[in-house]
Design a protein around this ligand. Sequence first.
Ligand code: GRF
Length: 207
Amino acid sequence: MSAALPRKRVGVLISGRGSNMVSLAEAAQAPGYPAEIALVISNIPDVAGLDRARDFGIATATVDHRAFNRDREAFERAMDEVLRVNQIEFIVLAGFMRILTPWFVTRWEGRMINIHPSLLPLFKGTHTHRQALEAGVTEHGCSAHFVVPELDAGPVILQAKVPVLPGDDEEALAKRVLVEEHKLYPAALAEVASGRAKLEGGAVVRG
Ligand code: GRF
């Protein structure tokens, strides 16, 4: 029997309730899961997600972007330092509501993923459920993708689909998609943390 590979030390960046972070922390409790949620950082103080991380015994930090006078890179350098001190190898964005500069994205390229609540490349940016309803699509969903400098444009690792049902409003659709996000994101993190999916030459390569 071969020895288990060391688990990747993952830092999760959040800005709010952190339900995706919780689904990752739960998944990471399974024996054999290839990642450990070692740190949760929020850019907003006192959000619910920080409490939920502490409930799992996960180390937490707050790096308040407002302390950096709109200097995005200074904010990111402060976050990067916290990640370094905690020996983080991989970043998962989970409801993190700051746009990252090319400096930070390039530094973590191939080692940072995001979940976006739409079937990319459809409906980038915010209010994705509203965008889907306005477009009249019959199918919607979520995408886990590598982060590249262009917003919501990174190569997709996994997607999950849900139907858009007659009478759906934004809230109903968001709820249906979120159920899928909570399954998709742990699966996507397992793919990349185990090395089964990699970012190479701007595309996802599986091996
Ligand atoms: C999720 O819908 C995620 O797709 C989007 O922001 C939301 C975060 O929710 N990027 P939570 O904080 O994980 O509960």
